[in-house]
Design a protein around this ligand. Structure first.
Ligand SMILES: [Zn+2]
Length: 311
């Protein structure tokens, strides 16, 4: 049924384009003289913007809006038009944009060539799959960023020196970020270093730093949380005396309320850390102008919220 809807949407888009609406964008791009890049996620949008500083070689369009969940996002007819008009389409891959696979056929998957040895696996409906949330491993993020730069240089060789300078400067900032994350995790007492979130987005945080993560839900944000998983996580919280669990901006907060109720029924207490300024940013950066609207501020925000509440 979903597939049918997608095909219908694509057909409609073709009809709309044929009627002339789609041509306005092309004309703009020609006037502008810059090639257009369509990127699926806020992470890629941030990477391209960091690299483009002082070059401005491309017009960059973000497809999945900040705050939307890329695991379940389905392209609109306007998104399909954006892809049609783009000279370059960049997406993350590793099945992160799981419902856009068909429309991303002509795109470049930025994370697809990350080494299998460096990638974590996770469980999805009883099967081991590659964990797509690589961005919480800063080293992998650097590799992905290098991939993005290579694509930009290939298509705009004049910008190479500036792109390289921007990349080097940014890598220094990422090293500072890495140190900051380590330091803040060190502040948390050993036995409290357990982060419970609604979905499995933080596996690479656990792989990179001295902290554990647990999510009562399987891989994707659209799977139903079974009572069994909730019960197991509640037991873990009570046994380890964990005093806070976290919500994410892209996942329904009700799940954590339910978990809190089960913890209380077991005689424990746990705070659900939520609210605009306190929700963790996992699968999307914040909308522009809000805390966490860049990769670095997102990571600092998350680690501050975690470290402040797990004391
Ligand atoms: Zn996710």
């Amino acid at each position: 049924m979903k597939r049918f809807t997608l095909i219908l949407t694509m057909l409609l888009t073709l009809i709309i384009s044929a009627c002339g609406n789609g041509e306005a964008g092309d004309a703009d791009a020609e006037e502008d003289g810059r090639e257009q890049i369509a990127v699926t996620t806020t992470f890629l949008y941030d990477m391209v913007n960091v690299l483009e500083e002082g070059v401005d070689g491309f017009a960059v369009e973000l497809v999945i809006p900040a705050g939307e969940d890329p695991h379940v996002y389905e392209p609109t007819s306007s998104d399909l038009r954006t892809f049609n008009e783009a000279d370059i389409i960049m997406y993350q891959g590793l099945d992160f944009e799981g419902r856009m696979v068909d429309v991303l056929e002509d795109g470049v998957a930025v994370a697809e060539n990350l080494s299998n040895e460096d990638l974590e696996t996770m469980e999805e409906e009883g099967e081991e799959v590659i964990d797509p949330h690589f961005w919480f491993d800063i080293d992998l993020y650097k590799v992905a960023m290098q991939n993005v730069m290579d694509i930009l240089v290939e298509n705009h060789p004049d910008g190479e020196a500036q792109y390289q300078e921007n990349l080097d400067a940014y890598f220094s900032e990422l090293e500072e970020l890495d140190q900051y994350v380590s330091d803040r995790i060190e502040e948390i007492p050993d036995q409290s270093r357990i982060v419970v979130t609604p979905h499995d987005a933080f596996g690479y945080l656990a792989a990179s730093y001295d902290i554990e993560v647990h999510a009562p839900q399987g891989f994707s944000t659209d799977s139903e949380v079974s009572n069994n998983q909730i019960q197991q996580t509640a037991n873990l919280i009570v046994e380890n005396d964990i005093n806070a669990i976290f919500v994410e901006t892209t996942t329904n907060p009700d799940r954590m309320q339910r978990l809190q109720e089960v913890v209380e029924s077991e005689g424990g207490t746990v705070e659900v850390v939520s609210g605009g300024e306190n929700a963790l940013l996992s699968d999307s950066l914040a909308p522009e102008g809000e805390t966490g609207d860049t990769y670095i501020t997102m990571y600092r925000h998350n680690i501050d919220v975690i470290a402040d509440h797990l004391q």
